[in-house]
Design a protein around this ligand. Structure first.
Ligand code: ZN
Ligand code: ZN
Ligand code: ZN
Length: 297
């Protein structure tokens, strides 16, 4: 319990730091007319939303499924991630358009404010990195956040350097920097959306493929064949399968032992925790899949 609570506490601390930094960057980005500061602010705000989505998702996931929501609330995380990713894409687009406009109608950007609040962003992300270092050692998700915060500190450092160059009177630095930061926002949003849309489309979970799943099932002694396989994710960490298992004519007890063995294989080797398996005898042909699955692999 203590092990599980510790990263939570660090993540909440990082959430508040990111929230404060992003608000400061956005407000002073507007005051200084620095698009780079505004885009770094929106990037950090996006991270803040991501953090709260995953933290709330952990709590929602522990809410039990009921008769109305038979899968519980685990997919709330996917909805939150999709909204965040789409929102960030729109914001990045708006910033790029503004930056391009500035090439034709230059604006007076206050470099000193960029330096101060870029530095604040750097300190905030550096502190976040330090806070997450220990808990990142035994949690893959926290490790992702840890590496992310480290890279974000470098983004903010770029804003500081940009501010110095702007103060020196070098042109287009803010515009170019804001386009670069927006490009990075687009990159991370697209990879987030690919993941969430794959889950919403009931796609094959990340890291799995049909061949591997079939191998898991066919590897169990007593399985003659398997077809009509559907594999999907309920949330980023919970995967489910439904499949038809073809067996020789055998007793119910033997079948039950076989199904148990298949479930264990799927859980251990494929990380699939929820399996619904239908048993069919060898000599009966079955043509029930309404999704018209292509045979492959
Ligand atoms: Zn970030
Ligand atoms: Zn069948
Ligand atoms: Zn089917």
């Amino acid at each position: 319990m203590d092990r599980a609570e510790k990263p939570q506490r660090a993540l909440w601390a990082v959430f508040f730091i990111n929230l404060a930094v992003s608000i400061a960057e956005l407000v002073f980005g507007l005051i200084s007319r620095s698009l780079a500061l505004v885009s770094d602010g929106f990037h950090n705000l996006g991270d803040t939303v991501s953090l709260v989505v995953s933290l709330v998702a952990v709590n929602l996931a522990s809410k039990k499924a009921d008769s109305k929501r038979t899968f519980g609330y685990t997919r709330a995380e996917v909805i939150g991630g999709s909204i965040n990713g789409l929102g960030l894409l729109v914001i990045a687009g708006v910033i790029v358009v503004q930056a391009i406009k500035r090439f034709f109608e230059p604006a007076e950007v206050i470099g000193d404010i960029m330096v101060i609040f870029g530095a604040l962003g750097f300190v905030g992300n550096a502190v976040s990195t330090i806070l997450l270092r220990k808990p990142s050692e035994d949690d893959l998700n926290v490790k992702g956040a840890y590496l992310h915060m480290f890279l974000d500190a470098l983004h903010s450092l770029a804003v500081v350097i940009g501010g110095i160059l702007v103060s020196m009177g070098i042109g287009y630095v803010d515009e170019i920097l804001s386009i670069l930061i927006s490009a990075l926002i687009v990159k991370s949003s697209v990879s987030l959306l690919r993941e969430t849309f794959n889950i919403l489309l009931e796609g094959m979970p990340k890291g799995l493929n049909m061949e591997k799943v079939k191998g898991c099932i066919k590897g169990v002694k007593g399985v003659e064949d398997v077809h009509d396989i559907h594999v999907w994710s309920i949330s980023s960490k919970r995967h489910a399968i439904s499949a038809h298992i073809v067996v020789k004519d055998q007793s119910v007890a033997e079948t039950e032992a076989l199904l148990h063995a298949i479930r264990e294989e799927l859980r251990k080797k494929c990380g699939i925790s929820h399996a619904t398996l239908q048993v069919e005898p060898v000599d009966v042909s079955c043509d029930t899949c309404s999704f018209n699955q292509h045979e492959e692999g």
